[in-house]
Ligand binder design. Structure first.
Ligand SMILES: *Cc1c(COP(=O)(O)O)cnc(C)c1O
Length: 388
């Protein structure tokens, strides 16, 4: 089974920027993955909210195979059928009013695009961002990311980031002066520990931004494409952002990101104002077209809502002094424990369940959106055994 010692080679040759769990994953199918020792795991990480249709969905595999044999990459100097097709599909499922797309390769690039567009559109430089937020690791998105540990060693960063309390629209109002280009917010904070804001919060932010003439950037990179039980989480409050950032779930595992923007915001960019070599390449777009079609056809967002309720209820039913809180929306669920979460994640692996810990004290459950009652039940059962 094992053809090489991946762990030894990793430790020798790779920069040790990840505190990895001791499993080498070699294969995946649906909600399950297999280690190089042949062991099967129920995957409640899903590439961190990426593999929404499950691992190696036949339609996505087929689309990638066919496109790879036809054209992998050309250039944004030329038109591209797959890019056009994807843009139409993406606009079709996005909140009504978001009409234009810029394609890139990752979440952080989508955020960078949003920041640049907002600055050019408003000619202002500040961004209101949230405590406990996460927007990426490049210099701009890093500057508006909360965790000091991520930011400090790289200062000076992009100036103009102003942090306010998440879930408190009044705090955003107080910070909003005449130099602000945009407010950026996650509808549910993922990396911050699965934080769900109070009802009405996003709507209040929308009203505030409209009143003050600043842009609202919705970071749906983790919450988008059905994860939270709607196609996009901001739809729950009927909120239309000026710019929506997406990535993770878009390509079925293939790296691709995008911003989807209103016609009004989009008008700030002309030819030459932004660009990328790989963004929107035919292979990535073919993967994204296939995964969006699967999402719509299989109504994965509705299943995420249903299974999310079962998972949340099951986890809430665990009686244990170790559990501090259980929260989430759809299939983005967190269990906050007293003390460290990581040892619990490690014990869950021994029970055949993969989870992740976005913060020191939170276990995150972000399975593929196609799981059934059985998988939700298995995850609850393993969690019960480990937590009680
Ligand atoms: C993952 C994530 C990002 C960054 O995406 P990358 O593809 O890792 O650059 C940005 N914002 C949110 C909300 C995320 O969850």
């Amino acid at each position: 089974m094992k053809t090489m010692d991946a762990i030894a080679l990793d430790k020798k040759y790779l920069m040790q920027t990840y505190n990895r769990f001791g499993v080498t994953i070699t294969r995946g199918k649906g909600a399950y993955v297999w280690g190089d020792d042949g062991k099967k795991y129920l995957d409640f990480v899903a590439g961190v909210a990426v593999n929404n249709a499950g691992h190696c969905h036949p339609a996505i595999v087929k689309a990638i195979r066919e496109q790879a044999a036809k054209l992998i990459h050309a250039s944004n100097w030329f038109y591209n059928e797959k890019q056009s097709e994807l843009a139409e599909l993406l606009v079709g499922i996005s909140p009504k009013g978001l009409k234009r797309v810029f394609l890139c390769n990752s979440g952080t690039e989508a955020v960078e695009a949003a920041l640049k567009l907002a600055r050019k559109k408003t000619r202002k430089h500040k961004f209101i961002t949230m405590e406990k937020s996460f927007h990426g690791r490049t210099m701009g998105s890093l500057a508006i990311t909360w965790k000091e540990h991520y930011r400090k060693p790289y200062e000076p960063l992009m100036p103009g980031a102003v942090f306010v309390e998440y879930g408190n629209a009044d705090a955003a109002r107080k910070a909003l002066d005449g130099d602000v280009a945009a407010v950026i917010v996650e509808p549910v904070q993922g990396e911050g520990g699965v934080n769900v804001p109070p009802e009405g919060y996003l709507r209040e932010l929308r009203e505030l931004c409209s009143e003050k003439g600043v842009l609202l950037i919705m970071d749906e990179i983790q919450t988008g494409f059905g994860r939270c039980g709607r196609m996009f989480a901001c739809e729950e409050e009927g909120v239309l952002p000026d710019i929506m950032c997406v990535a993770k779930g878009l390509g079925g595992g293939f790296p691709i990101g995008a911003i989807v923007v209103t016609e009004e915001a989009s008008s700030a960019w002309e030819a030459g104002d932004h660009g990328t070599t790989f963004g929107g390449n035919p292979l990535g777009c073919a993967a994204a077209v296939a995964s969006l079609k699967v999402l719509v056809k299989e109504k994965l967002h509705l299943n995420a809502g249903k299974m999310g309720r079962i998972l949340l209820e099951g986890l809430n039913g665990i009686e244990s002094k170790k559990v501090k809180a259980v929260r989430g929306k759809g299939l983005l669920v967190g269990v906050e424990v007293h003390g460290e979460a990581r040892p619990f994640c490690e014990r869950l692996i021994k029970h055949g369940l993969l989870t992740s810990c976005p913060t020191k004290s939170v276990i995150r459950y972000s399975p593929p959106l196609m799981i059934g009652r059985m998988e939700a039940g298995l995850a609850v059962k393993a969690s019960k055994e480990v937590l009680s």
